[in-house]
Write a protein that binds this ligand. Structure first.
Ligand code: NAD
Length: 445
C-alpha cells in the first residue's frame, strides 16, 4: 500500500536502490545516505564497485567526508549484481542514455535496468527514472514492461520521471540545493515521488506527467545547445569580418540586466548532455511527422566547431610555412569542460583525430585531470607539460581552459597560440602570438 511507503519515507526507513553509480547516481546515493537513508547502489562496472568497497571516492563533486560517512556508517553499500533489488522499496535509474553511431537514441541501458528490476520487483515498489531521455520513455516503455506482470501502475507499483540537473564542477549548485522537477504516472506515483525527492532537495517543482518532465529536461539542454550554436555562428562571422571581437561583443551585451544571458563560443560541445539530448528530441519528433529543424541545425552547427578549429590550426601552420608532416601541435585541455575530469565526447578528441587525418607529424596533448586519452580506439598517455613541450610546438591550441593552467607561463614559451576559449583575456604579454576564436585578424589589445 502506498500509505506504508509514505510512512517509511517520513521515518527515513524506505530502502533505496540506485542503479548506475556515475556522475548522477553516486552523488544521489551519497545525498540520500547523508539524510539517513539506507542506500544500495548497483553498477555493472566492477571497477566502480571495487573503488567503493575500498572506500575510494571517484566523483570529484562528492565530498570525501560525505562519502566516507555513508560507507563507514553502513548507510551506503554497492554491488555489481542485481540480487539486492528485491529488498529495495524505492529505485532510481541513473544509467547512461547515449546515441547510436547514426545519432538515434539508445535506451538499452534503461531497458536493461528495468528488465532486471522487473525480474525481482515486489508489490508497491516506487521506480524513478532519472536518465535524460525522450518524452514517452517512462510511460511507453517502462510502464508496459512492469504491467506485463499483470500489475497496475499506481496500485501495484509506482512510477515517475525526475530529471537530473547535476552540473559537474559547479561550486555553487549541487544535488542538495538544486530544484528538482517531478512527474508521476498517476496521482499516487506522483505524491510518493515528490515526497522522496523533497528529502534531497529544498525545492521540488511538480509537473502533470512524466512526459512533461522528460520534455522539460530536453528543453533545458536544447536551450543551451541552440544558444551556443548562435554564438558559435557569430564567432565565425567575426572571424570572417576580421574587425570585430565576439568576446567584446558578448561582454557588452551582458551589461543588459534583463532579457539577455551570455553564452560563449568554443571548440564544440561535449559531455553526456548538450551534445546528445537534441538528437533524442529530434528522433521522437519524427514519429509525429515533425522535424525539429532549429534543434537539428544547432546540433549540426555545434558539431562543426572542432573541424573549424582544425582548419584554424592548418591555416596557422600554412601561414608560418610549416608542412603538416613536419608540424608539431600541442593541445591543452582534453576534458569536455573547464575544471572537470570528464572526457566524454570532448571536442578535443575530434580536433586531435582530425589533425591526425591531416597528417600532422607530431601531435601532443596535455590535461591536468587526465592521465590517458582514448583516440582512434587506442589509449594514449598525456604528456607532462613543461617548457620543452611548449617550445617545441609550432602551435599550442587551448581547447579546454582549465583554471589550474598558468597562462602567462604557457604564452611565454609557446611560439603561436590558438585560443578557442578566450583564456588569454587576462594576459597582457605575448598577445601578438594569439589567434583568438571569434576575433581572428582582429588586433587584440
Ligand atoms: N553527467 C551529468 O552531468 C548529467 C547531468 C544531468 C543528467 N545526466 C543524465 O543522467 C544519466 C546518467 O549520466 P551519468 O553522467 O551519471 O553517466 P555515467 O556514465 O557517469 O554513469 C552511468 C553508470 O551506469 C552504469 N550502468 C550502465 N548500464 C547499467 C546497468 N544496466 N545496470 C547498472 N549500471 C549500469 C555505468 O557503468 C555507469 O557507471 C544520463 O542519462 C545523462 O544524460 C547526466
Amino acid at each position: 500500500m502506498s500509505e506504508v511507503l509514505r510512512e517509511k519515507i517520513k521515518q527515513k526507513k524506505a530502502k533505496i536502490g540506485i542503479i548506475g553509480l556515475g556522475y548522477v547516481g553516486l552523488p544521489l546515493a551519497i545525498e540520500f545516505a547523508r539524510k539517513g537513508y539506507n542506500v544500495h547502489g548497483i553498477d555493472i562496472d566492477l571497477n566502480k564497485i571495487k573503488l567503493i568497497q575500498q572506500k575510494k571516492n571517484y566523483i570529484k563533486d562528492v565530498l570525501n567526508k560525505d562519502f566516507l560517512y555513508a560507507i563507514n556508517n553502513k548507510l551506503f553499500t554497492a554491488s555489481n549484481t542485481y540480487d539486492k533489488i528485491s529488498n529495495q522499496e524505492i529505485i532510481f535509474i541513473c544509467v547512461p542514455t547515449p546515441v547510436t553511431e547514426n545519432k538515434t537514441p539508445d535506451i538499452s541501458h534503461i531497458m536493461n535496468s528495468a528488465g532486471e528490476i522487473f525480474k525481482r520487483m515486489k508489490r508497491h515498489l516506487l521506480v524513478v527514472l532519472k536518465s535524460t531521455t525522450f518524452p514517452g520513455t517512462t510511460e511507453d516503455y517502462i510502464q508496459p514492461l512492469f504491467e506485463s506482470k499483470g500489475w497496475k501502475v499506481g496500485k501495484d507499483f509506482y512510477l515517475s520521471f525526475s530529471p537530473e540537473r547535476v552540473d559537474p564542477g559547479n561550486k555553487m549548485y549541487n544535488t542538495g540545493n538544486t530544484p528538482i522537477v517531478v512527474g508521476g504516472v498517476t496521482k499516487k506515483c506522483h505524491e510518493l515521488s515528490v515526497m522522496i525527492m523533497q528529502e534531497v532537495s529544498t525545492k521540488v517543482h511538480q509537473v502533470s506527467s512524466p512526459r512533461a518532465a522528460e520534455m522539460e529536461k530536453l528543453l533545458e539542454n536544447i536551450f543551451r545547445s541552440v544558444n551556443i550554436a548562435l554564438v558559435n555562428e557569430l564567432a565565425r562571422l567575426c572571424d570572417r569580418m576580421g574587425n570585430v571581437n565576439i568576446w567584446e561583443v558578448i561582454e557588452a551585451a551582458s551589461t543588459k540586466p534583463f532579457g539577455y544571458m551570455p553564452f560563449y563560443p568554443g571548440p564544440g560541445i561535449g559531455g553526456h548532455c548538450i551534445q546528445i539530448d537534441p538528437y533524442y528530441l529530434d528522433w521522437a519528433a519524427k514519429k509525429y511527422d515533425f522535424h525539429t529543424k532549429f534543434v537539428e541545425l544547432a546540433a549540426e552547427s555545434n558539431e562543426e566547431m572542432p573541424y573549424y578549429v582544425k582548419d584554424m590550426v592548418m591555416r596557422e601552420l600554412a601561414n608560418c610555412s610549416v608542412k603538416a608532416s613536419d608540424a608539431n601541435v600541442l593541445i591543452l585541455g582534453t576534458t569536455f569542460k573547464r575544471d572537470v575530469d570528464d572526457p566524454r565526447n570532448s571536442p578535443a578528441i575530434k580536433v586531435i583525430e582530425s589533425l591526425h587525418k591531416e597528417g600532422i607529424g607530431n601531435l601532443n596533448f596535455h590535461d591536468p585531470y587526465m592521465r590517458n586519452i582514448r583516440l582512434m580506439d587506442k589509449i594514449f598517455r598525456v604528456q607532462e607539460l613543461n617548457e620543452k613541450l611548449l617550445k617545441d610546438a609550432d602551435v599550442t591550441v587551448i581547447i579546454t581552459d582549465h583554471s589550474t593552467y598558468d597562462y602567462e607561463w604557457i604564452f611565454t614559451y609557446s611560439k603561436r597560440i590558438i585560443d578557442t576559449r578566450n583564456a588569454a583575456r587576462k594576459i597582457r604579454n605575448n598577445r601578438e602570438k594569439i589567434s583568438l576564436l571569434g576575433a581572428l585578424n582582429h588586433k587584440i589589445s
